[in-house]
Write a protein that binds this ligand. Structure first.
Ligand code: SAH
Length: 362
């Protein structure tokens, strides 16, 4: 059987070559690209500007969409979580976070995750598989269509964060391909400068990204200031310990261009990694490596059966002041969508009790 081509994962020029193999002129490729990526249509049937025989042919050889929305949850704060299924029935989750001046879409790079971070619910799924470029792009299309209507131009800018399920750096090729497709001005037109990729610390890929000219912003998940504690919370630390990770970060920092953001994320777990001593150790660690990156503190988002609680606000403030007194820039991330299991580290294909809609029209 011939393989079905996922057209959402093709750049405009690849789509042109693809239609040429079907004996069609180049402009048809551009038309289909616009239909998928600009008008955000999810079936060939809706592309009424294409001749019927071509639509049928496309149906045979390709796919305009592959994800199926199973449920949608809407938080009190307006955040939306989509639980979708792939063609092979694996869960994919995406979160749409409306903000005053922009929207942020948090997408997944894998179904499940192979890393065993003890504070993250996704870890409990294990790795199901990495997502294709098309499956990454489609998550954005589904979220935008649901928020604003099919093909409607978003009223605010759209930022993307690769902070959903999965470790993006274990699926870097598909991720970069998806970003290339989405940056096209004739399509979604979301450029790498609006995208942040977060990694648990896959050192060789940090070094690889350091050589890429047109790249997204980078965030590194630290969670602990010593190898001993980090190994316990993030087993990936055994493979790439802090000294190696931070030296890769320094190499990366040296390649930063004006306007590029480079941040560290630090999930705050009450009584585990949030003492004054931890704050001093963290500041010293970053300063010792000569890193000037900003630190984002993320109060833990609790979820059964994770054995942690978020640090209380006073503790977060004190931790922040200690870092600041040592010259570190700190930002505290406000949790969004906790009530619907949409916040950082809460994506595990959970059904929640809040507003749930089956088969929504996106
Ligand atoms: N695998 C990547 C991206 C996904 S996690 C990574 O590790 O960076 C995105 C962010 O959420 C990471 O900084 C992670 O440390 C944080 N996180 C995970 N579980 C969390 C939880 N339960 N509460 C708060 N933040 C969490």
């Amino acid at each position: 059987m011939k393989e079905t081509v996922e057209l959402l994962g093709l750049t405009k020029s690849e789509l042109v070559s693809f239609v040429e193999t079907l004996g069609e002129p180049a402009y048809r490729g551009r038309q289909i690209f616009g239909g998928l990526q600009h008008r955000r249509l999810r079936s060939f049937d809706e592309m009424s500007d294409l001749p019927k025989p071509l639509r049928s042919r496309l149906e045979e050889v390709g796919r305009a969409s592959s994800l199926r929305v199973e449920s949608r949850y809407i938080s009190e704060d307006g955040t939306r979580r989509y639980l979708m299924k792939t063609q092979d029935n694996l869960p994919v989750e995406t979160v749409f976070i409306p903000e005053e001046h922009r929207d942020t879409i948090c997408f997944s790079s894998q179904s499940g995750c192979p890393l065993q971070c003890t504070f993250c619910l996704t870890a409990q799924l294990g790795l199901l598989r990495s997502l294709s470029a098309a499956e990454i792009v489609e998550q954005i299309i589904i979220a935008l269509n649901d928020a604003y209507g099919v093909g409607v131009k978003p009223p605010r800018g759209t930022n993307l964060v690769a902070m959903g399920a999965g470790e993006p750096f274990l699926n870097l090729e598909s991720l970069m391909k998806a970003l290339r497709v989405m940056s096209d001005a004739d399509g979604l037109y979301i450029v790498p400068n609006r995208v942040t990729v977060s990694t648990a610390g896959v050192v060789p890929k940090i070094l690889e990204l350091a050589t890429v000219p047109d790249r997204p912003h980078l965030a590194i998940s630290l969670a602990a200031p010593t190898d001993e504690l980090r190994e316990e919370l993030m087993p990936i630390n055994k493979r790439w310990p802090l000294a190696e990770l931070l030296s890769a970060c320094k190499t990366f920092e040296k390649t930063l261009k004006p306007g590029e953001r480079f941040t560290f994320e630090y999930v705050m777990l009450a009584g585990v990694n949030d003492s004054d001593e931890h704050a001093r150790q963290l500041a010293n660690l970053l300063n010792r490596h000569g890193l000037t990156a900003k630190v984002n503190l993320i109060p833990h988002n609790p979820a059964d059966p994770l054995p942690y609680q978020p640090s209380p606000p006073e503790r977060v403030d004190e931790f922040k002041s200690i870092l600041e007194s040592k010259g570190i820039h700190v930002y505290v991330r406000r949790p969004r969508g906790r009530d619907i299991f949409a916040a950082c580290g809460q994506l595990a294909a959970r059904h929640s009790t809040l507003i749930e809609t089956n088969s929504i029209g996106v």
